[in-house]
Ligand binder design. Structure first.
Ligand code: PEP
Ligand code: MG
Length: 549
C-alpha cells in the first residue's frame, strides 16, 4: 500500500464529475481494508444450529446499525438519504433473504461466513447483470450488506473512515453506502473513485452532503499516494495531483469566480419573483428540519418554508420531548425565516419511524397501518403536546400546521377541534392556519369534503406515489413501479389543484424538485413548490424557462 507522500511531478487525471464542486486537500487512500476474508469451511450436521444462531445474531447486529445510520443520516441530510439504509434493512430482513441463508446453510453445510458470501454474491449478481444502470448500482447495496454481515461475524465494529483529518481527499476503488456514513464535509473535502456512477447510492450521498466527487478514473489506486496534495474539480471531472503554482493559482481564481457567481445567482433568484414564460407566478419554498436547514434555505433564496419535518427532532430525542422543549426547538429553528410563510408538520411517525420511548405496537403492514394522524388520534397526549407548542410558536411566527397522512374527513375534524379546544384553554385568539397533507389517493379524491375544514393543502408526492402505484418507497424490488411523475400522479395533482378552488395547494414531495418534469408539473396548475434548500435556485431558473400551459 502507498502510504508515504511522494515528491512527484504534477499529474492530471480525467474521469466523470458525479458530484459538483471544487476542493483542495491531502489524499487518504482507502483500500477497503475492512473487507473481511470469508474462508469456506465445511461443517458437521450438529454444527448447523450454532452457525444458524451466528447468522441470526449478525442479522440483528446489522439491522441495529442500519437503523442507527438511517437516523443519523436523516438528522443530517433528510429522509430520502436515510431511506437508502432503510431499503437495505428491508432487504436484509426480508423473508426471502433470511430463508435463503437458512436453506443454503442446511443444504451446503458450510460455515456462516461462506453462507453469507454465497447468498449475497448470488443476490448482487441479479442486480449487476441488469441492463439498467440504476438497477445495476443497487448491487452495491447488496455488497454493502454482505460486508456488514461479515464484519459482524468477525466481531469487528471499527471503520477506518471514522475520524479522518481535516481537508482529506478520500481515494478509493469505490465507496459503499456504509462508508459514506462516516464522511463529513468538515473532514472530507472531496472523493475520487475508480468506479462511481452518478446513480449509485454512495455517490448520491456525496452530492447530498455537498462533497465534490470524480468517478471513473482508471488505475487510480496505482497512480495516487496517501499524502499527495490534489485539486479536485467535481464539475469538470478532473483531479490534479501535486499541482504546480500555476494550477494552484488557477484553482484559487476559479474558486473566487464560483463564490461570486453563486452569491449573485442566489441573490437574483431570491429577490426576483419567479414567473413562468407565460407570466404565472410560482412560489418556491424549502423542505427543512433544523435551524441549519432553515438558515441555508433563506440563503438559497427560498420564498418560505413549505414543509418543516418534525420527525428528526423527535427521533433523535431519548425521551418524549415536552411541549416546552418542542416549542423552544421550533422557536430557535424558525428564527432565520421570521416573517416568511412557514408550514410545520405534526409528527408523522409509525411505519418506518418508531421512537423507542413511545413503545408503539408492532404491526403486520406498518405502511398501511397506524401512521401520521392515525397515531396522533390514538395517543391524544402526543397530539396535545405538539398543538400546544405550535400554538405558542404561532404567536411569534406565521406558521401553518400540517396534518400528515390524512385519509378521512374525521382525521382532520378531530385535529381542528382539538386545536380550538387548546387555543381556548391557552387564551390564543388568533389561530394558525391548518392544512392537510395529501399523500393518499383517498385524500386526493376527497378534497371537496376536506376543504370545508382546511385552510391549505400540501401534496406529498413521495407517499402519494407509494400509495397510488402500490410500490413501497423503501422497497428497491419495486423501484420500477415507484414513478412519481406517472400520468396518474400528475392527474391526481391536477385534480387536487382544481377541486381545492381558492384553498391554496403546495407540492412538497421529491417530484417538486424534478427539473426534468417541470413542464408537465406546471401544466397541472400547481403554483407553489417546496424543495430541498440546495435546489431552490435551480428550480426557480427552470420555472422561468417553462410555460405553464
Ligand atoms: C411526501 O410523502 O411526499 C412527503 C413530503 O412526506 P415525507 O417524505 O416526509 O413522507
Ligand atoms: Mg409523506
Amino acid at each position: 500500500m502507498n502510504t508515504e507522500p511522494r515528491n512527484d511531478k504534477m499529474l492530471i487525471l480525467a474521469g466523470k464529475g458525479v458530484s459538483p464542486g471544487l476542493a483542495k486537500g491531502k489524499v487518504f487512500v482507502y483500500r477497503n481494508i475492512l473487507q473481511p476474508s470469508a474462508e469456506l469451511c465445511e461443517i458437521d450436521r450438529d454444527q448447523i444450529d450454532e452457525e444458524q444462531a451466528r447468522i441470526e445474531k449478525a442479522i440483528d447486529d446489522v439491522q441495529r446499525s442500519l437503523t442507527i445510520d438511517a437516523q443519523q443520516i436523516e438528522g443530517q441530510l433528510g429522509k430520502e438519504s436515510a431511506d437508502i439504509f432503510r431499503a437495505q434493512e428491508a432487504i436484509l430482513c426480508s423473508s426471502s433473504v433470511v430463508d435463503q441463508l437458512k436453506k443454503t446453510l442446511e443444504l451446503k453445510q458450510i460455515n456462516a461466513e461462506a453462507v453469507v458470501k454465497k447468498v449475497f454474491k448470488f443476490l448482487a449478481r441479479r442486480f449487476t447483470d441488469m441492463s439498467d444502470e440504476a438497477l445495476r448500482d443497487r448491487g452495491d447495496d447488496i455488497e454493502d450488506l454482505s460486508r456488514r454481515l461479515l464484519l459482524s461475524l468477525a466481531g469487528t465494529h471499527a471503520h477506518s473512515l471514522e475520524n479522518l483529518p481535516a481537508n482529506t481527499v478520500l481515494v478509493a476503488d469505490r465507496l459503499l453506502p456504509s462508508d459514506t456514513v462516516f464522511l463529513s464535509c468538515s473532514s472530507t473535502v472531496a472523493v475520487l473513485a475508480e468506479f462511481a456512477s452518478p446513480a449509485a447510492h454512495a455517490t448520491l450521498l456525496t452530492r447530498e452532503i455537498g462533497i465534490p466527487c470524480v468517478g471513473g478514473i482508471s488505475k487510480l489506486l496505482e497512480t495516487i499516494y496517501t499524502g499527495d496534495i490534489v485539486l479536485v474539480n467535481g464539475t469538470e471531472g478532473t483531479a490534479v495531483i501535486n499541482p504546480d503554482s500555476r494550477s494552484l493559482q488557477r484553482y484559487e481564481n476559479s474558486l473566487d469566480e464560483v463564490r461570486k457567481c453563486n452569491e449573485t445567482r442566489v441573490q437574483e433568484s431570491g429577490i426576483k419573483r419567479t414567473m413562468t414564460l407565460d407570466e404565472i407566478e410560482v412560489s418556491v419554498m424549502a423542505n427543512v428540519h433544523s435551524r441549519e436547514d432553515v438558515d441555508r434555505a433563506m440563503k438559497c433564496g427560498a420564498d418560505g418554508i413549505g414543509l418543516f419535518r418534525t420527525e428528526p427532532f423527535f427521533m433523535s430525542s431519548k425521551h418524549l420531548p415536552s411541549d416546552k422543549e418542542f416549542a423552544e426547538f421550533l422557536l430557535d429553528s424558525l428564527h432565520p425565516a421570521r416573517g416568511k410563510h412557514i408550514d410545520v408538520r405534526l409528527l408523522d411517525i409509525g411505519a418506518d419511524k418508531n421512537p423507542p420511548y413511545l413503545h408503539l405496537p408492532r404491526e403486520p403492514d406498518p405502511f398501511l397501518g397506524r401512521r401520521g394522524v392515525r397515531v396522533l388520534r390514538e395517543y391524544p397526549y402526543l397530539l396535545g403536546a405538539q398543538l400546544r407548542a405550535m400554538l405558542e410558536v404561532s404567536q411569534q411566527f406565521r406558521i401553518g400546521i400540517l396534518i400528515p397522512m390524512v385519509t378521512t374527513e374525521g382525521d382532520v375534524i378531530e385535529v381542528v377541534e382539538r386545536m380550538h379546544q387548546l387555543a381556548a384553554e391557552m387564551g390564543v385568539h388568533e389561530l394558525p392556519r391548518i392544512g392537510a397533507m395529501i399523500e393518499t389517493p383517498a385524500a386526493a379524491l376527497s378534497i371537496y369534503s376536506l376543504k370545508k375544514h382546511m385552510d391549505f393543502f400540501s401534496i406529498g408526492s413521495n407517499d402519494l406515489t407509494q400509495y397510488t402505484m402500490a410500490a413501497g418507497r423503501e422497497n428497491p424490488m419495486v423501484n420500477e413501479y415507484f414513478i412519481d411523475d406517472h400520468p396518474t400522479i400528475l392527474r391526481l395533482i391536477e385534480l387536487v389543484v382544481r377541486e381545492s378552488g381558492d384553498t391554496p395547494v403546495s407540492l412538497c414531495g421529491e417530484l417538486a424538485g424534478r427539473i426534468d418534469v417541470m413542464p408537465s408539473l406546471l401544466r397541472t396548475g400547481i403554483t407553489s413548490l417546496s424543495v430541498p434548500a440546495l435546489l431552490v435556485s435551480d428550480v426557480k431558473n427552470a420555472i422561468r424557462n417553462t410555460s405553464s400551459g
